[in-house]
Design a binder for this molecule. Structure first.
Ligand code: URA
Length: 236
């Protein structure tokens, strides 16, 4: 790993700050002063900053109750991002697991564990995601059946994969997908002549949005929650 990456990840400071500290000679690896930020250090290296040992954080798993109006990105020149809501000391090391649209609310996962986010989001793993949609028109059974079987989205090759669809009162519907095309839920309801007016993600795999978590707040995901088995595919 590069020394500047190590310093940035272990202190939570941006990479550019870490590079400055290294150039100023405040960082040592295995007792040697190193002033080149790109220097590679081994996995067992003992790194100090101003004489105090620093170490990499362990894996971080966060659930955020995303509000509407913030973008699911780590940085954005024009808009508030979900990272602005996460006052974690290692926030610079984190990335978002599967984006939500700016106006979508609900469960958003944030981590520094690239393998975990890949497993949750890769189309190969078919991890189900459940959304509560508020629609412009009540969803009729024939349209729900079409959505369950698969609909053709503009610009996509095949039909959407089988989905679970539950018709709810007050123009709402719950839909569970095993894939994640761009704006998929909104495009699917549009394909059956309806329109999504509000969208909320309730669940990813076995992980439910904590009903006690207020909008805009985050909490650590417990290790027991991370190892929950994925939602049964018998839902579909
Ligand atoms: N599908 C959408 O259309 N929007 C989202 O934010 C998530 C899924």
């Amino acid at each position: 790993m590069r020394l500047d990456q190590f310093v940035s990840q272990s202190t939570g400071m941006p990479r550019s700050e870490a590079q400055k500290l290294i150039r100023w000679g405040r960082v040592r690896a295995d007792g040697k002063g190193i002033t080149k930020p790109a220097t590679h250090i081994g996995p067992q290296a003992v790194v100090t900053l101003d004489g105090a040992a620093i170490s990499l954080p362990g894996a971080i798993y966060i659930m955020l109750h995303k509000p509407a109006g913030v973008v699911s990105a780590t940085e954005d020149p024009a808009h508030r991002t979900v990272m602005d809501l996460i006052d974690h000391p290692h926030r610079h090391t984190l990335h978002v697991v599967g984006r939500l649209d700016k106006d979508t609310t609900g469960l958003l996962l944030v981590t520094n564990d690239g393998d975990w986010s890949h497993r949750l989001m890769s189309p190969k793993h078919h991890v189900p995601k459940t959304y509560l949609a508020t629609l412009a028109e009540p969803l009729v059974e024939a349209a729900a059946e079409q959505l369950r079987a698969g609909v053709q989205l503009h610009g996509e090759k095949g039909l959407t994969k089988p989905a679970a669809v539950e018709i709810l009162p007050a123009c709402q519907a719950r839909i569970t997908l095993h894939e994640g095309k761009y704006h998929q839920v909104k495009r699917m309801f549009a394909a059956v002549g309806n329109r999504v007016e509000a969208l909320h993600r309730e669940r990813i795999g076995g992980l439910l949005l904590d009903p006690q978590l207020p909008v805009g707040k985050w909490r650590d995901v417990l290790i027991t929650e991370i190892h929950l088995p994925p939602l049964e595919s018998s839902l579909i």
